[in-house]
Design a protein around this ligand. Structure first.
Ligand code: PLP
Ligand code: SF4
Length: 335
C-alpha cells in the first residue's frame, strides 16, 4: 500500500491484484518454468505491445510447457516482429466508424462505447494492439457527448461497454454510467464485453454484483475465454455469481492457431462454459492485425473444424463462426 493513502480510501482487492500483474518477460518465463532462451524475443516483442498478465492466470498454466494454451495467449514471441502481407494496424475499420470519441456505431440498434483503454491481460492476438486509445476514450468531459448521442438516437436498444476492458473501471464510475444510461427510455440492455471474470475472478465482488443487480437495464455479460483450462474454480464461481445477480452470460473466443484450433479444445471449452451457465456465442476468425499472423487459422480449416464440432455437440453449444468485415452491416457469419 502507498503510505499516506490508506486514510483516504480502501483499495478493493481486485485493484491490488490488477496492479500486481506480471509485466516483465523474465518474470513470466520464470513463473511458467521456461528457460532464458525465450527471453530476447520476448523482450523485443514486448516493446511493440507490453506484456501484462494477472498472476492467477499464470497459476493455471502447465509449468515448463512452451505450448501451454494459456501461455501462448500472453507470451510475446519473435513472430510478432515480422511484417505479414494483408495484416494491418486497424483491420476492422474502427477509426472510420467512430462518430463521437469513444462511440462506435457500426450496427443497427446497438452502439459500442470504448470506456477505457486498459486491460487486465494483454492478449498477443488482440486487434486493438495498435489502437490509439488516448484519442478514443471519452474522458470525463467527453462522456456527456457519448450520452447525448445515445439519447438522441431512438433506434438504439442496447449499449455495449467495451474497451479495453470496461471492468477495469471502478464500480463507482460504472454504477454512475449505468444510472445515466437507465434514464434513456429507449434503451433495454446493457452489455459488457470483458475478460475479467475469467482472468481476474476477484473482480466479481459485492460492489459489482450490487449495481448489476440493481440496474433497470437487462445486463448481458460477454466473457472471453479461449480454452477450457482458463475456467478454474475461482473463474467458475465468479461466473455463477454474475448469473445469480441476473446477468445473461455468453462467451466469445478467437480461433487461435496453437491455442484452440482442434475440435477437442473447442468441444471441451463449450462443455466447460455450459457448466458455468455460459453459452458459447461467437468464435471469431482472427482480425488481421500486424504482429498476430502466426495465430491465423485459414477459413477452410476453420469451416472444417465447425463441421466436426456441429457433429459432436448439441446446437446450443456450437458458437457461430464469424469474421469482422470493415463496413459490413454486422459480423459476417461463416457457418
Ligand atoms: C461486435 C460489435 C458489436 C456487437 O455485435 P453483435 O453481433 O451484436 O454481438 C457492436 N458494435 C461493434 C462496433 C462491434 O464490433
Ligand atoms: S482483454 Fe480484450 S481488448 Fe484487452 S488485450 Fe485482450 S483481447 Fe484485447
Amino acid at each position: 500500500m502507498i503510505p499516506g493513502t490508506s486514510v483516504l480510501r480502501q483499495v478493493p482487492a481486485w485493484q491490488s491484484q490488477l496492479a500486481r500483474a506480471i509485466t516483465g518477460p523474465a518474470e513470466l518465463l520464470a513463473a511458467a518454468g521456461l528457460g532464458e532462451e525465450w527471453l530476447p524475443a520476448a523482450q523485443a516483442a514486448a516493446r511493440l505491445f507490453p506484456l501484462r498478465v494477472p498472476r492467477g492466470f499464470v497459476a493455471r498454466m502447465r509449468k515448463g510447457d512452451p505450448h501451454d494454451p494459456l501461455l501462448r495467449q500472453v507470451l510475446p514471441l519473435a513472430e510478432e516482429c515480422l511484417t505479414a502481407e494483408g495484416f494491418g494496424a486497424d483491420p476492422v475499420g474502427d477509426l472510420a466508424a467512430m462518430t463521437v470519441p469513444g462511440v462506435l456505431h457500426k450496427y443497427q440498434a446497438r452502439v459500442l462505447l470504448t470506456v477505457t483503454g486498459a486491460c487486465a491481460v494483454h492478449c498477443r492476438y488482440c486487434f486493438r494492439r495498435h489502437f490509439p486509445y488516448a484519442d478514443a476514450n471519452p474522458a470525463v468531459d467527453r462522456w456527456q457527448a457519448a450520452l447525448e448521442y445515445i439519447a438522441h438516437d431512438h433506434s438504439l436498444k442496447e449499449v455495449i461497454l467495451s474497451g479495453g476492458d470496461p471492468l477495469t473501471l471502478s464500480d463507482r464510475r460504472l454504477a454512475e454510467l449505468a444510472r445515466q444510461l437507465e434514464t434513456i427510455p429507449h434503451l433495454r440492455r446493457l452489455r459488457l464485453h470483458t475478460r475479467l471474470p475469467v482472468v481476474l475472478p476477484e473482480r466479481v465482488n459485492d460492489e459489482l454484483l450490487g449495481w448489476l443487480g440493481d440496474t433497470k437495464l437487462k445486463p448481458v455479460i460477454v466473457v472471453h475465454a479461449n480454452h477450457a483450462q482458463e475456467l478454474d474454480d475461482a473463474a467458475r464461481q465468479a461466473l455463477a455469481a454474475l448469473k445469480n445477480a441476473g446477468a445473461e452470460l455468453l462467451n466469445q473466443s478467437v480461433l487461435l492457431r496453437g491455442v484452440n484450433d482442434s475440435v477437442e479444445a473447442l468441444a471441451d471449452l463449450s462443455e466447460a462454459l455450459f457448466e458455468t451457465g455460459t453459452l458459447p456465442y461467437y468464435l471469431h476468425m482472427l482480425d488481421k492485425v500486424q504482429g498476430a499472423a502466426h495465430f491465423d487459422v485459414d477459413e477452410i480449416a476453420a469451416r472444417r473444424l465447425m463441421q466436426e464440432l456441429q457433429a459432436r455437440l448439441p446446437g446450443y453449444l456450437v458458437p457461430r463462426l464469424v469474421r469482422e468485415v470493415p463496413g459490413g452491416p454486422g459480423k459476417l457469419a461463416l457457418t
